[in-house]
Design a protein around this ligand. Structure first.
Ligand code: ZN
Length: 378
């Protein structure tokens, strides 16, 4: 049943993307100069983008085969720190906000349902991190502009919403850089944060993202909101129940949260609106960049970072936050339309070895996560 659900979800997204084209819809005030790949397609990179990898230390991990349930792994070993496989993370991964804080994120937009969410966020002056799909940016540039002007944090969710561990280095570069280019063309700024679809990331994907100047953001609380449109047996109130539980944990949890939600469907937007007040009462709800003290963009713009002091304070949840912030402190190239990656990585991913005890605990926890993560449209 679950694979079928995934296929339905994937079909729904393709359907959304099918409405995309390189031209903005009629009525849009925005005209793109760049010629973009069609929405939902797996694009090729511009040749010059591959030059950005030449001096970088790109992890030589295999390109995974994609199965019906997502990438196929063999055996139990996880030498390349595959998050959906074992829950493994590296120091540069942003997974949680510091204790007492909550990073609110919405994926897969912008869509026709986004304005209702944006309207609600405006009513409470709440700022969110929006992980946008490249083709949707090209289809709905006016919504991107609106979100940016409202000081939401604009971030990337790839071009085709594919499993990145199943893509070649060239394809991964294209997924990120085409999306960054579209966002840059609309907003004038280059996003730093990307969320791999399905949370599908390993060291090869990380090293490519790092070489391009981008930082991965995963999550530690999944609302399961994606199920509302696909699973007839899913009770929407479970989303509310999750948020209520997370609110209760605010005082005792070791860290804060980053939650996974979507502005992909009417029902997910409605759920997002219902649960936000619950989270706001229990946590300081912010963008991801704000809670970890990192800038939203690599070339200026309305940075959502709070301060460098905050970056230090949050180092327990984003261990190399300050290092990443430093590496992204590049001169502005606001006069250029080109995406401005931060250049070669300042250091390769640290080979952080988890203790046997914690690794076992994480693996057990992620057996559940992995089973669902493989099917969800996230
Ligand atoms: Zn997604």
């Amino acid at each position: 049943m679950l694979p079928k659900l995934f296929l339905l979800a994937a079909a729904a997204l393709v359907s959304v993307n099918a409405q995309s084209s390189s031209a903005a819809p009629s009525g849009s005030g925005f005209t793109f100069k760049e010629t973009y790949p069609s929405g939902g397609s797996k694009p090729a990179p511009k040749p010059e983008w591959m030059d950005l990898l030449k001096n970088a230390n790109i992890t030589d991990a295999p390109v995974l085969k994609g199965g019906e349930d997502g990438p196929t792994q063999s055996g139990d070993a996880d030498p390349y720190c595959d998050w959906t496989f074992t829950g493994c993370t590296r120091d540069d991964d942003i997974v949680a906000c510091p204790k007492g804080q909550w990073g609110i994120t919405y994926d897969d937009g912008p869509t026709e349902f986004s304005p209702k969410l944006y309207d609600f966020l405006d009513t409470t002056q709440q700022k969110a991190t929006l992980f946008m799909i490249g083709g949707q940016v090209v289809a709905f540039p006016d919504l991107v502009t609106r979100a940016y002007k409202s000081n939401h944090e604009i971030a990337m969710h790839t071009w085709s919403h594919s499993y990145l561990t199943t893509e070649t280095n060239e394809q991964i570069v294209a997924e990120l850089m085409w999306t960054a280019t579209a966002i840059k063309e609309v907003t004038g700024v280059t996003p730093r944060f990307y969320r791999p679809p399905y949370g599908d990331i390993d060291d090869r994907v990380r090293s490519i993202g790092h070489a391009l100047g981008f930082t991965p953001v995963i999550w530690n609380h999944d609302t399961d909101d994606w199920k509302v449109a696909e699973d007839k047996s899913f009770d929407e109130k479970w989303i509310d129940g999750n948020a209520t539980e997370w609110a209760k944990e605010a005082g005792t949890a070791a860290t804060g949260g980053i939650s996974l939600e979507h502005d992909l469907y009417q029902k997910t937007v409605d759920a997002a609106i219902r649960i936000l007040p619950t989270l706001q009462k229990a946590y300081k709800v912010t963008t991801v960049g704000q809670c970890v003290g990192q800038p939203s963009y690599s070339d200026g713009g309305a940075s959502n970072a709070t301060s460098s002091a905050s970056a230090s304070a949050s180092s327990s949840v984003a261990a190399s936050a300050s290092a990443s912030a430093q590496s992204s402190s590049k001169p502005s190239d606001g006069s250029s339309d080109a995406v401005s990656p931060a250049g070669a990585s300042s250091s390769s991913s640290s080979q952080n070895t988890e203790s046997g005890a914690s690794r076992t605990a994480i693996s057990s926890a992620v057996l559940v996560l992995g089973a669902s993560a493989a099917y969800m449209l996230i």
